[in-house]
Design a protein around this ligand. Structure first.
Ligand SMILES: C[S@@+](CC[C@H](N)C(=O)[O-])C[C@H]1O[C@@H](n2cnc3c(N)ncnc32)[C@H](O)[C@@H]1O
Length: 415
């Protein structure tokens, strides 16, 4: 007879299933949900079921498991280390679990937790930590606790500093456009683990207030650099802190590689022999228009978008931008760092053929509390920017996508 002692908690253990036979009986949604974790653990899965879901079939076809399309037969448990019994026939489940009991194979049952010899915890992983939660009879609560712990580890709100394997170095983190919710979970976790944060003016500055008092926060704009270039001074600060054994986050606005000089920092650190991790970020080029209701592409309207730096006027000999070619495109132009030179840029685009009536939207401080949008056309944008006293940071979107959701100079206007 199975031994059932419901008042005792389960004894937690981590099974190392790699290369070991696991029998899965039944190919429905329960199996489908459990199989990925078994496969990720490297288990040698043998699946016995007359029918399976399309996803399970795809796993079998991909060679991830061996599927025998038939029903359970006595003896199927013989060479298994562990079993998942999940057919929709209670009599089959009972017979298979009786065999598991006598063969001393730990077995999970989908239909009767009390009759099972093992329970599947709610599990999740974050950066090498496996979280497994068992509450006994309340799987929803297990899942909620698991979610809270995994989420906390991921976003750094649950601080669990590494003691082994923690390497001093620099993480170049793209912080997104400014709203603190728009940094990646990896970026947020690295920020929570940092000893030193060197931050730009743009990006999620609100997150800096949440850091514990021992974290040194350095404003990149205020690093004293004397006669040297500002970027060199930042590189030097990154290298010095990392060499002192600190874990350094270089927090940048948007994505580090979109007009962010990210690669220059990576190269300087590589030359100094310092390990660097680059964490991509949500670029303002896409997210700021989106926050103002503008899609950078739209079916039947724009099949391309081009992100352009406007930090040099079109007639500047140092400019690498082919404004004449851009004027010939029909798609969306997204201009960054262009507020001060928008008059010259708009004139150049019109002169080279982009219609003067092309809708334009200027979005200042996108995704932040002070966000505002001003609508214009190529012909009027310079005046509108001056009248509305638009200041950087702003993203300027040129193209018909601006009018898709009812915007445009005659549409929604400033909002
Ligand atoms: C030096 S570039 C850095 C871009 C950044 N790496 C990115 O991917 O978003 C700075 C420009 O990004 C744009 N920008 C960044 N954040 C913004 C925001 N929240 N609202 C509007 N424009 C923003 C502005 O055009 C600003 O002048």
């Amino acid at each position: 007879m199975p031994v059932s002692v419901p008042d005792h908690p389960a004894y937690p253990v981590g099974l190392r299933l790699a290369g070991r036979r696991v029998l899965v009986l039944g190919g429905g949604t329960v199996a489908q949900r459990r199989l990925p974790a078994l496969l990720a653990a490297g288990a040698d899965v043998r699946l016995i079921a007359p029918e399976v879901t399309p996803s399970v079939q795809a796993m079998a076809e991909a060679g991830e498991l061996r599927w025998e399309p038939r029903g359970y037969r006595a003896g199927d448990l013989a060479d298994a280390w562990y079993a998942l019994i999940a057919t929709d026939d209670p009599a089959v489940n009972a017979a298979a679990s009786a065999e598991a009991e006598s063969a001393r194979v730990w077995c999970v049952r989908s239909d009767d937790a009390e009759a099972a010899t093992a329970w599947t915890p709610a599990t999740g992983r974050s950066e090498g930590v496996t979280v497994a939660v068992l509450t006994g009879r309340d799987p929803r609560r297990s899942a909620a606790v698991r979610d809270a712990v995994v989420e906390g580890l991921r976003d750094g709100t649950l601080t669990a500093p590494r003691h082994r394997g923690r390497t001093a170095g620099v993480a170049l983190v793209g912080g997104g456009p400014g709203d603190p919710d728009l940094i990646t979970v990896r970026g947020r976790r690295l920020l929570a683990e940092a000893d030193v944060v060197i931050a730009d003016r743009l990006g999620p500055r609100d997150l800096l207030d949440e850091l514990p008092p021992h974290v040194e926060i350095i404003d990149a704009a205020k690093i004293p650099y004397g006669r040297a270039m500002a970027q060199e001074a930042i590189n030097r600060a990154l290298i010095e802190h990392a060499k002192a054994g600190r874990s350094v986050v270089r927090l940048k606005g948007g994505d580090p590689y979109v007009f962010g000089r990210g690669m220059e920092e990576v190269q300087a650190l590589a030359e100094a022999g310092i390990p660097v991790t680059v964490v991509p970020g949500i670029s303002s080029a896409i997210s700021v228009p989106a926050a103002a209701g503008i899609p950078v592409t739209h079916r039947g309207v724009a099949h391309e978008f081009t992100v352009v730096s406007g930090h040099m006027a079109p007639d500047n000999p140092g400019s690498l931008v082919d404004w004449a070619a851009l004027a010939g495109l029909r798609g969306t132009l997204v201009l960054l760092m262009a507020v001060e030179r928008i008059g010259a840029i708009a004139d150049t685009l019109i002169r080279h053929g982009r219609p003067a009536g092309t809708p334009v939207a200027v979005v200042q401080e996108g995704t932040m509390a002070a966000q505002r949008r001003v609508d214009a056309t190529l012909a009027t944008v310079a005046d509108r920017v001056a009248e509305e006293e638009i200041r950087p940071p702003a993203v300027i979107v040129v193209g018909e996508v601006v009018a898709v959701a009812g915007g445009g100079e005659d549409g929604a206007g400033e909002r």
